[in-house]
Design a protein around this ligand. Structure first.
Ligand code: NAP
Length: 296
């Protein structure tokens, strides 16, 4: 059996187009132009690429980007001052602080300083708590993207056995919360889990977010399962050429799984699309408008 490939690029493009259409409608109807402030500290090349992509996607969606590139020598107090100004700026509806931050800055303190209503990354403790208690929340974008991808295969996730490999605050834990909210039966596995292959083989839905190139082998996958690969790992292939691979050994896994996301072109494009959706949600809430149509 060769698995259906879940085309994250196409699914994300479709979501972005629908967010852009709704943004246009709101701009025409009530002059609302959602604004996104992206804060980048230092010169991490990978972060610079992410930030550029985010700004371009923001503009393409009819939203307004506000980029703040700061030197890595910036004092924590000055960064917190900028966050406070952005919190108070009515043209900014979403604030995104690109991680990682330099070692002298406490990332938890900075993320907690963002207005929870503008926290389009869903990292503020208030949003984390609201998600965990089943209240409406801005949820982290990569897990939101994972759920949307899984739902292109399964109309409902109710009662499915979901295994989330990885328990980070930005992927594994919020993904588990979102899966619970979808009524899946959720297992979170991590580096101390015993007999990982057996745990994975129970999964109807397997989400891999470990950051270990091609760790999950074909034999770990239940035949017919849906596999969502969050991992983005740069490896040097034959001839010294770098390429991106996921956490799942794709060639093996696609022979066993029912559906699988590729890397690249799976979860990655969904993250930015969900960021735009979160911005639209935040802008509607700030303007006292109803949330965007859930079918978006
Ligand atoms: P992270 O913070 O490093 O967390 C990795 C998790 O995997 C930890 O919970 C760790 O367990 C677990 N783990 C590590 N090695 C393991 C092993 N051998 N067996 C079982 N569990 C193991 O990583 P992250 O930020 O969640 O990111 C995970 C991957 O997703 C990375 O490749 C990252 O680049 C990618 N990512 C992609 C996107 C996207 O947009 N597509 C977004 C975010 C992240 P412990 O907790 O026990 O240490």
């Amino acid at each position: 059996m060769s698995a259906r490939i879940i085309d994250g690029k196409a699914i994300a493009a479709d979501l972005r187009a629908r967010v852009a259409a709704e943004t246009r409608r709101l701009t025409q109807a009530c002059g609302l132009v959602p604004g996104v402030a992206v804060v980048l500290v230092g010169q991490n090349p990978a972060s610079e690429v992410y930030v550029r992509n985010k700004s371009r996607a923001t503009e393409e969606a009819g939203m307004r980007p506000f980029d703040h590139h700061l030197p890595d020598t910036i004092a924590a107090a000055d960064l917190l001052g900028l966050i406070r100004r952005l919190n108070g700026d009515p043209s900014v509806h979403g604030i995104l602080v690109q991680l990682p931050l330099p070692a002298h800055i406490d990332a938890h303190e900075v993320l907690a300083a963002v207005d929870p209503g503008k926290d389009i990354d869903g990292f503020h403790p208030m949003n984390v708590g609201r998600l965990a208690t089943g209240l409406p929340a801005l949820a982290p974008c990569t897990p939101l993207g994972c759920i949307r991808l899984a739902k292109t295969v399964h109309a409902s996730l109710t009662g499915l056995q979901a295994v989330v490999l990885g328990r980070s605050n930005i992927v594994g834990k919020p993904l588990a919360q979102l899966l619970l909210a979808e009524n899946a039966t959720v297992t979170i596995a991590h580096s101390k889990t015993k007999d990982l292959p057996a745990v994975c083989r129970r999964a109807d839905l397997l989400f891999a977010a470990v950051g270990k190139p091609e760790m999950i082998k074909g034999g770990w996958i239940k035949p017919g399962a849906t596999v969502v690969d969050v991992g983005i790992n740069r490896v040097v292939g034959e001839g010294g050429k770098a390429r991106l691979v996921g956490d799942v050994a794709f060639a093996q896994a696609r022979e066993v799984a029912g559906a699988i996301t590729p890397v690249p072109g799976g979860v990655g494009p969904m993250t930015i699309a969900c960021l735009l959706l979160n911005t639209l949600r935040a802008a509607c809430a700030a303007a006292g408008l109803p949330p965007p149509d859930p079918s978006i």
